[in-house]
Design a protein around this ligand. Sequence first.
Ligand code: GRG
Length: 303
Amino acid sequence: NEEQNPQHTEFDFKAYMHQKIKTVNHALDAAVPLHHLNKLHEAMRYSLLSGGKRICPVVCIAACELVGGDESTAMPSACALEMIHAMSLMHDDLPCMDNDRLRRGKPSNHIVYGEALTVLAGYSLLARAFEVIATTAASPERSVRVIGELARLIGPEGVVAGQVVDLECSGGGVDFGVEKLEYVHLHKTAALVEASAVAGAVMGGAREEEIERLRKYSRCAGLMFQVVDDVLDVTKTSEELGKTAGKDLATGKGTYPKLIGIEESKEYVKELNEEARRQLVGFDQIKAAPFVALADYIACRQK
Ligand code: GRG
């Protein structure tokens, strides 16, 4: 893989992520300070600052830098995206949704703070996300465009739509074909990555054509993340499988290996990676290196 991709050998993705995550965490910490009046801010910070790969904020910053902007211009949007990601995980873990007691190896938000406070802390993160973009970004015109894109991509035509279809199908008994599976992943997962790339690009002053290429890249990357997830679920060692029981069997939910086959799913990952990479042609190749490496990281991750 490294032979086919010389940029990959020169670009230290791990160091890049480490450095970006550090600045993002610092900005998130400042964006949601602790208040001692009640537990609301504590509950917001519990999920916001509890690790995580920070893919959305890094994509946002990298997109801004790719089109000639700088990190600080993208930072309010980057923080907003991580706030929305965090609130979606908090709500997803609730008993009325996926009912997960653990998140990132720690008790889920509602286990620690109770369901009511988790719902409210989630809404607060959502509201704070838009407030941060509206009040700290440089250009009002760009901020309005980002707010509009973000609202559309997470709302009833975006993340929420994906979650609704996912919930409908999770109980089993619903005809769950590959089209529906793709719909769920494109909305539930890829839409927020898309919003991240578009927000960064808009804030950095990208041309429309650049925005559209980054949009396509992130849809491929987001979808790829989920196909890889499904493949890993069936290729895990039997010991690990004993713990998770395989998600398609456990929930009645469709997965790529189940619907198109394991080898075909791996082939699809390759195609999505190539398609993602094609979107980067024409950009400054040095500034595009994080995107090449991110797609490879998603395609090749083992856990
Ligand atoms: C967005 C308004 C609004 C409401 C939320 C509950 C809900 C509606 C949506 C669920 C969305 C969801 C849980 C999508 C899954 C996304 C996903 C792939 C999460 C895992 O991402 P990682 O591995 O997480 O990047 P880390 O822990 O690294 O941050």
